[in-house]
Design a protein around this ligand. Structure first.
Ligand code: SAM
Length: 262
């Protein structure tokens, strides 16, 4: 962590709220049911933990083609699956949160930017077998690995697209009737993030949810997050430090921003 990031984290830490002191009934429900609830009531979490463990033990090496903002951890393009699973994908508690969010928001059409090895996609998929998950990954070897994992795990509601976000996102958005859940986890720079957000806006509805990973990854991401939460159509924004979540709910009379402990 850079000094700037440590300062930002400390600011977050000392201002983040729990359910106490939150007046919005919707956000209160979100906190008590998703952020402060115990996770072990979902049988799928145990199965997904096993998948994570096996990825963490997988020593096969693949060659990465980088279409994004690069990595802060890896310096060369040959990577072990176990290292990607350790440093390059969502931590368990965030994947579990997204799983619970799919149910909470009753999301049917879900779009993930950045499949990587496919573990987070599996969480989105296992939350509701009646939903459809489109996941986009630029790197061919990662896409191949994730595709095999989806087959192995019988995740038939996942449609994996091996292409750049820039090419595949507009096409997928045209094909889907509505965008219930957008999860952006790749290419962490200002212009691209704002571009994905603006594209997503065209297919969103009042109950859509958009999730942006790594909102504090660099100054560009902080700037993008600021602009996203300030957008006039965004009515509720939640800052969990590593992750930013936005809603467009019309039931929310006044725009509100929450910094929440997680
Ligand atoms: C942080 S990883 C995704 C992790 C995954 N969501 C998870 O939590 O398990 C980001 C992925 O996005 C891909 N990516 C980054 N920029 C891209 C772009 N412009 N087009 C396509 N793929 C891209 C990278 O290859 C990488 O695998």
């Amino acid at each position: 962590m850079s000094l700037n990031n440590i300062i930002n984290y400390l600011k977050y830490y000392f201002t983040a709220k729990t359910a106490h002191g939150v007046h919005s009934p919707f956000v209160y429900k979100f906190i008590t049911e998703l952020l402060e609830s115990y996770n072990n009531d979902y049988y799928q979490f145990k199965e997904l933990d096993e998948v994570r463990k096996s990825l963490l033990k997988n020593n096969s090496i693949i060659e990465i083609t980088d279409f994004g903002a690069g990595s802060k951890i890896f310096k060369d393009n040959k990577r072990k699956i176990s290292d990607i699973a350790k440093h390059g994908i969502s931590k368990k508690k965030y994947s579990e949160l997204y799983f619970k969010m799919v149910n909470f928001t009753n999301s049917k059409f879900i779009l993930e930017l950045g499949t990587s090895v496919g573990l987070n996609t599996l969480y989105l998929s296992k939350a509701n077998s009646g939903s459809t998950i489109y996941t986009i990954e630029g790197c061919a070897e990662l896409a191949k690995f994730a595709g095999n994992l989806f087959k192995e795990q019988k995740a038939e509601n996942i449609f994996l697209v091996n292409d750049t976000f820039e090419k595949a996102l507009p096409t997928r958005l045209k094909e889907i009737p509505q965008l219930d859940f957008l999860y952006v986890d790749g290419n962490h720079n200002y212009r691209s993030t704002i571009n994905y957000f603006n594209l997503g806006l065209e297919k969103k509805h009042h109950h859509s949810v958009f999730v942006f990973d790594d909102i504090n990854w660099n100054e560009e991401m902080q700037k993008a997050w600021q602009e996203i939460k300030d957008h006039p159509e965004v009515t509720i924004s939640l800052d969990l430090f590593y992750v930013g979540i936005i809603f467009f709910r019309k039931e929310q009379q006044q725009k509100e921003h929450f910094v929440l402990k997680y």
